[in-house]
Design a protein around this ligand. Structure first.
Ligand code: ATP
Length: 250
């Protein structure tokens, strides 16, 4: 459902140009959860941002369900099927916008009808009671804010969610709740995930396959599900630890 081919992304102009992603390519099948890991600065978030239309300078091919992202413009049809959830729920919600306003705006932007009826459903989907509808971000915990951010992403009934460290700003106990919610949503809504995380336990728990990035390139892909099923715990951990430490293998 997601096809990335020969993706190059850069920032700035020579001599300061940064080549953040170099000739990246991978496919994610419908319903799969695919992880991106690698050292800091290796280009993981940049890949997500390119797919989300948040960077201007890129070449290559980005395709979702056969629909190609054209040029560098935001394309309404394309973005109905692709949504992003960011790391920091504190930064991603406007402090003066109530939950109702956030979800109404997202539903309008996605061209959805029956906005009033859909908001309670979205709140139910992310495990927030309807009493949260008229609260403001400062009246919510970190985990509740991230649930609102996830509800906002679900507003247009997307097929692909881009998850950029969706739990790393949260307390450990809350992280597990949000990961369980994401697992349930994937099954219930038939979602596909492309997920960046530094936390290999998170990737191991959430992902079917992963790609390891180093200096802007994908240097290896791994079948996490097969590792989980077939390899002993030690092997599995060794593979994942190798992935996390900038692809150092013994
Ligand atoms: N807006 C920008 N302008 C200039 N350089 C950028 C910009 N955004 C990212 N970069 C650079 O692109 C490279 C890749 O950054 P990216 O954020 O994708 O890495 P990452 O693997 O997600 O890192 P981290 O795990 O630390 O979040 C880095 O060298 C970074 O400094």
């Amino acid at each position: 459902m997601l096809k990335i081919e020969h993706l190059d992304v850069w920032f700035g102009l020579p001599p300061d140009r940064v080549d953040a992603v170099k000739d990246a390519g991978f496919n994610v099948t419908a319903g799969e959860s695919f992880g991106l890991v690698g050292e800091s600065g290796s280009g993981k978030s940049t890949i997500l941002r390119a797919i989300a239309g948040l960077v201007d300078s890129w070449t290559g091919r980005i395709e979702v369900d056969g629909q190609q992202l054209e040029g560098h413009r935001r394309d309404r049809d394309f973005y109905r099927s692709v949504q992003m959830v960011f790391q920091d729920p504190y930064a991603s919600l406007h402090p003066r916008h109530s939950v109702d306003a956030v979800l109404s705006e997202a539903l309008k932007l996605q061209g959805m009808d029956d906005i009033d009826g859909r908001i309670p459903q979205l709140l139910d989907d992310v495990g927030l009671g309807r009493g949260f509808r008229f609260r403001y971000p400062h009246q919510l915990s970190g985990g509740q804010r991230q649930r609102v951010a996830i509800a906002r992403a679900l507003a247009g009934q997307p097929r692909l969610l881009l998850l950029d460290e969706p739990t790393s700003a949260l307390d450990v106990s809350v992280q597990a709740e949000i990961l369980n919610l994401l697992t349930d949503l994937r099954a219930e809504h038939g979602l596909t995930y492309l997920m960046v995380s530094h936390d290999l336990a998170v990737i191991g728990h959430m992902c079917d396959r992963l790609a390891v990035m180093q200096h802007g390139r994908i240097v290896e892909t791994m079948d996490v599900a097969a590792l989980r099923r077939g390899a002993g715990r030690q092997d599995y951990t060794r593979h994942l630890i190798a992935a996390s430490s900038g692809y150092r293998r013994d």
